[in-house]
Design a binder for this molecule. Structure first.
Ligand code: UDP
Length: 573
């Protein structure tokens, strides 16, 4: 069946259910953004020009909100607890509904069993018939519950699963045997999924898919009125829980801030001002989302203290015309050196409180500085007060951007079908590496056409992203493919690894290999210049954009991307 866009959210609101603060929060959000979603649906509908879209049967099982997982989040919704996950789930549900799919929502193990047709309360009774869904969106908690209640059949059906995973899972942590043997075992990883089945909150490692969420959009009239009503000396502190205000050196930089600006907070409290919040701060208490937006419309500065990491609030602040000021982390925080990330299935290095804001948005909307350097901090505040900025929201965080991305994933990503074979051809070299050895970055564009180049024949007409987006590049020693592609203005595309994991690619790059081995190692394909050793990847699950090693230069499958929509290549729609 063909999916038809929906602009009425009544059915969805009924499906979400009642009885918990988390559900009320999500429903308030869905209602508040309803008009925005409807407009976006109409726009994308027009953009896609009647293209056929399959209507999928989709189950959404929100594991972390089930009683069976302990649901620690719901009771804290009104008390300053984390809301980012609820923001994201509300938006995922809305996007799937608006795109016109056939949606079922489960928030308990009982509902999960009901939808899957597994008899209740019989432990790990495997699902016998076919899976009644094309796609299942869940999280790590939900995955565990499905394992318990679907037993062996989970393995058979796992290609249909998508895991909403805020911070991301790198391939080395996802491969059970490899993770166990090489010290990448954590509480979360080792599900042997295709790493693109994990979907993140921000475009972290491109090994995962980027799901995201949305932020409020302003029309031109609102933008103008915001700019007229900005209070140049008004700052709002990012941190709704008192513990986020326990920061080393806070007295110093808060004093500087207070010298120039009126400082506001939205910190949850029961009866008294939390001791962590200084007396000069105007604390509004935790605000409902729309009231926070109003406060941000007036404020000039939204200032982070280092925690929470990578949340939605900075995007909302920037969308409402604030400048976001945040601390630089030097050295970067990661699972190797910071409690919060310890045990998370990634070794990604977090360079500031909000690396997306730092790297994808940047100045003038975002300033990332060393808070221990009072001169630098002082001059940042003064610069912010005199800088005029317009409200800004990257396209990928608009409703239309999220619909476009989720639509593309649903129609094109298929982890169930065996990957179609392909043939190599026409890998002609562009530019010279100087001499016979690879010296700098090298690009080898592939085309979909069949011809005789340095390799044999090549086509992969059904590949997605299409082969036309591929740019082959060689990393420096110690550099990951994430960095290598980024530094050339591209993004690493794990789906393209299979096209470059061959002797022809090495040969085309004129890499001097004395031996070419095929091994199980997440750094491969790669080569060692010194030892003239080349290695190809034997385990497709270990293709990794994130991997790096000081001894190896990696073969990197980069691709182009759309402006403001990094998840999609130019020919991806
Ligand atoms: N938020 C809110 N009231 C407040 C402060 C924040 O409703 O007083 C919302 C905010 O709009 C954002 C959500 O809380 O959408 C999550 O924000 P944050 O970036 O703090 O991430 P978290 O750590 O909660 O996941």
């Amino acid at each position: 069946r063909q999916a038809a866009f929906r602009t009425d959210l009544t059915v969805l609101l009924d499906q979400v259910g009642t009885g918990k603060e988390s559900l009320s929060f999500m429903k308030r959000r869905i209602r508040r953004l309803a008009q925005q979603w409807a407009t976006a649906a109409n726009r994308l509908d027009a953009k896609l020009e009647q293209r056929w879209r399959d209507q999928k049967k989709i189950l959404v099982h929100v594991g972390f909100l089930t009683e069976e997982s302990g649901d620690v989040f719901s009771p804290k919704v009104l008390k300053g607890g984390p809301l980012g996950e609820m923001v994201q789930w509300a938006d995922i549900l809305t996007a799937l509904h608006v795109l016109g799919h056939n949606l079922k929502i489960s928030m308990s193990v009982k509902e999960l069993q009901g939808f899957l047709g597994v008899p209740p309360g019989r432990g790990s009774c495997p699902l016998t018939g076919p899976l009644p869904f094309d796609l299942i969106y869940t999280d790590y908690h939900g995955l565990q519950q499905m394992k318990q209640h679907m037993g062996l059949s989970l393995k058979k059906h796992k290609c249909h699963i998508r895991v909403i995973d805020t911070f991301g899972t790198e391939p080395a942590y996802n491969h059970e045997e490899y993770a166990t043997l090489h010290g990448y075992r954590t509480n979360w990883g080792y599900w042997n999924l295709n790493a693109r089945q994990y979907m993140t909150m921000f475009p972290h490692t491109p090994d995962n898919s980027f799901m995201g969420f949305v932020s409020e959009e302003l029309n031109e009239t609102e933008k103008r009125s915001i700019q007229q009503n900005k209070v140049n000396n008004m700052a709002v502190v990012y941190g709704k829980e008192a513990s986020m205000w326990k920061v080393q050196g806070k007295e110093g930089f808060l004093q500087i801030l207070h010298r120039y600006m009126e400082v506001h907070g939205t910190v949850y409290y029961e009866t008294q001002r939390p001791p962590e919040v200084p007396a000069f701060v105007k604390n509004h208490g935790l605000l409902p989302q729309h009231e926070l937006q109003q406060l941000l419309r007036k404020a000039k500065l939204f200032i982070g203290f280092g925690f929470p990491y990578e949340g939605p609030a900075p995007l909302e602040a920037i969308a409402n015309g604030c400048i976001f000021l945040q601390p630089k982390f030097n050295p970067p925080h990661s699972s190797l050196n910071h409690e919060f990330f310890r045990g998370k299935p990634t070794s990604r290095e977090v360079s500031s409180q909000h690396p997306y804001a730092e790297q994808y948005i940047g100045r003038p909307h975002v300033m990332t500085v060393d808070y221990n350097n009072s001169l630098e901090f002082d001059s940042a505040i003064r610069e912010i007060m005199r800088t005029k900025v317009e409200p800004y929201l990257p396209y990928e965080y608009t409703c239309e951007g999220m619909l476009e991305r989720v639509h593309s994933y649903i129609q094109h990503q298929d982890f169930c079908a065996p990957e179609p074979p392909f043939i190599l051809a026409n890998l002609s070299r562009q530019g010279s590496a100087g001499g016979s050895r690879v010296a700098g970055p090298l690009f080898v564009p592939l085309s979909n056409s069949t011809s005789l180049g340095w390799a044999t024949n090549v086509t992969a007409p059904s590949a997605w992203p299409p082969l036309s987006s591929l740019r082959l590049l060689v990393s420096q020693e110690g550099q990951s493919c994430v960095e290598a592609c980024q530094s050339a203005g591209f993004i690493c595309e794990p789906a393209h690894f299979r096209f470059i994991n061959n002797k022809e690619a090495l040969h085309g790059l004129e890499v001097q290999c004395e031996v070419v081995d095929s091994e199980i190692n997440h750094i491969l394909p790669a080569f060692s210049v010194v030892r003239r050793e080349c290695g190809l990847q034997r385990e497709p699950l270990l293709f990794s954009c994130a991997g790096h090693s000081p001894k190896y230069r990696r073969l990197c499958p980069c691709r182009d991307f759309r402006r403001g929509q990094v998840a999609l290549c130019k020919d991806c729609l």
